[in-house]
Design a protein around this ligand. Structure first.
Ligand SMILES: O=P(O)(O)O[C@H]1O[C@H](CO)[C@@H](O)[C@H]1O
Ligand SMILES: O=c1cc[nH]c(=O)[nH]1
Length: 266
C-alpha cells in the first residue's frame, strides 16, 4: 500500500529494514545528505517537495533522509507516515535562531525539550503533554556534536507556527505585532529558552505518543537577541558550514545505534 504523501510503500521500507531517519525541513538539505554523506543513495519520494532518499551510512547499513517541510502541519503528516513505515528513530537536522546572547550564529544546539506552541500538536496530545526528546538519543547526539564542533549547546527550544510574528520579527510585512508577541524574546531569555524553530516541539510529542525515539540538532543561522535588523535575517554565509556539522553529528549518532554503541530503551 502506498503512503498518502510519501509515495513509497510500507513494504518497500520494511524489506530494506530501514528504521533510522534524518529529517530536514528543507528538501535541498535532504538531497545534500543523500548525495554528500550517504552511499548508494536512491530517491524514493519526490511528492510535494517532500524528498526522501534511502542510502547507506559508512557502516553499510540503511537509513532514510526525509523532508518534513516547514512547520508543524507538514511535519505531522510526514512523521505519521514515516512511523507507519516502521521508522523507530528520527533526528531532526535543522536551522534555528538563537534567543540567548551567549549563543552566537555558527553554534549548534541540541534540544532535549520544547516549549511547544504549535496548533498541530494539539490535535495529537493535550497542550500540557510534555514535549520531550528521547533522553539517551539526545545525550549521545550532544556528546557527538561536541566532538565535531567547539560550540554546542543543550537545552530547551521554542517551537512556533510562524517565522515572523511568532518569533517577534518586526522588519517584514507585519510590523504591528500583537501585544502577546511583543517582548517575547526577552521573556524567553528569562525562561532559559535557547532557540526558535518550527518543527521540533510537534516531533517530540509525536515521538512520545507513537512510541519512537526523537531528538533535534539545529545550526544557529540568526541572532534573534540583538534587536539589530540585520541580525534578524538569516545569515546565509554560515548556513553551509553549520549544516555540514549538524548532519555529521546526527549521522554519527545513527551510526552509534547501528554499531551497538548506543542502545536505546524501548
Ligand atoms: O531549516 P529547517 O529545517 O527548515 O528549519 C527552520 O527553517 C524554517 C524557517 O526558515 C523552519 O522550517 C524552521 O524550523
Ligand atoms: O530565526 C530562525 C532561523 C531558522 N528558523 C527559524 O524558525 N527561525
Amino acid at each position: 500500500m502506498l503512503l498518502n504523501h510519501l509515495n513509497f510503500t510500507i513494504d518497500f521500507l520494511s524489506k530494506l529494514n530501514v528504521h533510522l531517519c534524518l529529517l530536514s525541513g528543507d528538501p535541498s538539505r535532504t538531497r545534500m545528505i543523500a548525495e554528500k554523506y550517504l552511499r548508494k543513495s536512491e530517491l524514493v519520494c519526490d511528492n510535494r517537495g517532500l524528498l526522501c532518499y534511502i542510502g547507506e551510512t559508512s557502516l553499510g547499513m540503511p537509513i532514510i533522509a526525509a523532508t518534513s517541510g516547514m512547520g508543524a502541519p507538514s511535519t505531522s503528516i510526514v512523521v505519521n507516515e514515516l512511523a507507519q513505515a516502521g521508522i523507530e528513530v528520527i533526528i531532526r537536522v535543522g536551522t534555528t535562531g538563537s534567543i540567548q546572547k551567549y549563543i552566537a550564529p555558527g553554534s549548534l544546539i541540541v534540544n532535549y525539550a520544547s516549549l511547544c506552541k504549535q496548533g498541530a500538536a494539539k490535535d495529537i496530545a493535550p497542550n500540557e503533554y510534555p514535549s520531550v526528546a528521547s533522553p539517551l538519543l539526545s545525550t549521545d547526539l550532544y556528546h557527538t556534536a561536541k566532538g565535531i564542533h567547539p560550540s554546542v549547546y543543550f537545552g530547551i527550544n521554542a517551537s512556533v507556527d510562524t517565522f515572523y510574528e511568532g518569533q517577534e520579527r518586526y522588519g517584514n510585512a507585519n510590523p504591528h505585532l500583537l501585544r502577546k508577541q511583543q517582548g517575547l524574546i526577552q521573556e524567553y531569555q528569562h525562561l532559559n529558552i535557547l532557540n526558535f524553530e518550527m518543527e521540533t516541539g510537534t516531533l517530540f510529542k509525536m515521538a512520545s505518543v507513537y512510541k519512537f525515539h526523537a531528538t533535534s540538532i539545529c545550526g544557529v543561522v540568526a541572532a534573534r537577541y540583538s534587536g539589530n535588523e540585520e541580525s534578524e535575517k538569516i545569515m546565509h554565509n554560515i548556513v553551509d558550514d553549520v549544516t555540514d556539522k549538524t548532519i555529521l553529528s546526527a549521522l554519527k549518532t545513527l551510526e552509534n545505534i547501528q554499531s551497538g554503541k548506543l542502545i536505546l530503551n524501548n
